[in-house]
Write a protein that binds this ligand. Structure first.
Ligand code: NDP
Ligand code: OXD
Length: 309
């Protein structure tokens, strides 16, 4: 009975001690050194190469090392009968809340303007608007969207959110479904994307959506690069429909050298660091999942493969 750790970017040197602390005695193998594959019962994985999971005949569950599972969903070789558990973790949620607050506050408090003034050595004093004048819209009212929205609301920003099904989140105006999107967009001075990447949401951040925002709105995409149509963003920035954007995720990562986003004066680029999984905090969630399987209890946070998240 062993766990296979599969990731090209996560450090087993950090993860293995964290997993062993959370479940002492756990037999952990690190891909590609799986040993006897029939002994692997669980996998802890981030973007495993296509087909790797299909070669594990006794796999009982796959635990994602991150919240987004779009790559694993897209693997046609992912064994359909094996549950995929996404990561829901306190520190991952807190990290995303920090990132969203950082970008919303930077936009609201004119960070770019003051940095430019400093670069010119100019004392550019100007009035400060209250948070209540800056309406934030959040696409995705899941674990991350709700937490970020509640924190913004606590600072006095009027927050609305959009989800697939109806929601009731205290203090947040909730919209849902295709018919609820226009209402959300029309009142969003800052739009934050925290949607999973699915067939329905791919390419959603595009001209038809930008056209429904107030002129001069600001976009924050911390979800997936596949949500954004890059050419439409550049065009919307060019003609002033959007004032700026903060982007943490890109269709191709790392963002290619020479990509126009790197040097665009109104785009903030961060290298997919909005929230990073902390092994010490996340490993106990995986150990808890294994424990539930061992005790015959239902797994929590299982991905609905048909829905795509
Ligand atoms: P959840 O699954 O908890 O929430 C997803 C939300 O999106 C839900 O509210 C869901 O609606 C809504 N949604 C899904 N499809 C649609 C649709 N077609 N129309 C309207 N709403 C829709 O996800 P998390 O909050 O945990 O994570 C969101 C994403 O953030 C991840 O998938 C990942 O891609 C990204 N992420 C990025 C990180 C980074 O560092 N940049 C770090 C971590 C995550 P409903 O509630 O009705 O189901
Ligand atoms: C995640 C991510 O989905 O880091 O957890 O992008």
């Amino acid at each position: 009975m062993a766990l296979l750790f599969i990731s090209k970017i996560d450090d087993p040197g950090e993860w293995l001690p964290a997993l062993r602390a959370a479940r002492p005695g756990l037999d952990i193998r690190v891909w590609p050194n799986a040993g006897a594959v029939e002994e692997i019962r669980w996998a802890a994985a981030w973007n495993p190469p296509a087909g790797v999971l299909a070669r594990l005949p006794n796999l009982e569950a796959v635990f994602s090392l991150g919240a987004g599972v779009d790559t694993m969903i897209a693997d046609p070789g992912f064994p359909r009968h094996v549950p995929l558990v996404r990561l829901v973790d306190r520190l991952l949620t807190q990290g995303m809340t920090e990132y969203v607050l950082l970008q919303v506050l930077d936009r609201h408090r004119d960070g770019a303007l003051f940095r430019a003034a400093q670069a010119e050595g100019v004392w550019r004093k100007q009035s400060v608007r209250p948070a209540s004048s800056c309406r934030v819209g959040i696409l995705g009212l899941g674990v991350l969207g709700r937490a970020a929205g509640s924190a913004l609301m606590g600072l006095g920003f009027p927050v609305a959110g959009w989800s697939r099904g109806p929601k009731d989140v205290p203090g947040i105006t909730c919209h849902h479904g295709p018919e609820g999107l226009t209402a959300l967009l029309s009142r969003s001075d800052i739009l934050v994307c925290l949607l999973p990447l699915t067939a329905e949401t791919r390419g959603i951040l595009a001209r038809p959506l930008f056209d429904r925002l107030p002129r001069g709105a600001f976009l924050i995409n911390a979800a997936r690069g596949g949500h954004l149509v890059e050419a439409d963003l550049l065009a919307a920035l060019e003609d002033g429909r959007l004032a700026g954007a903060a982007l943490d995720v890109f269709p191709k990562e790392p963002l290619a050298a020479g990509h126009p986003f790197w040097t665009h004066p109104r785009i903030i680029v961060t290298p997919h660091v909005a929230s990073l999984t902390q092994p010490a905090s996340a490993a106990p969630r995986i150990a808890e999942g294994i424990d539930r399987l061992e005790r015959g209890l239902p797994l929590l946070d299982v991905v609905d493969r048909d829905r795509g998240y």
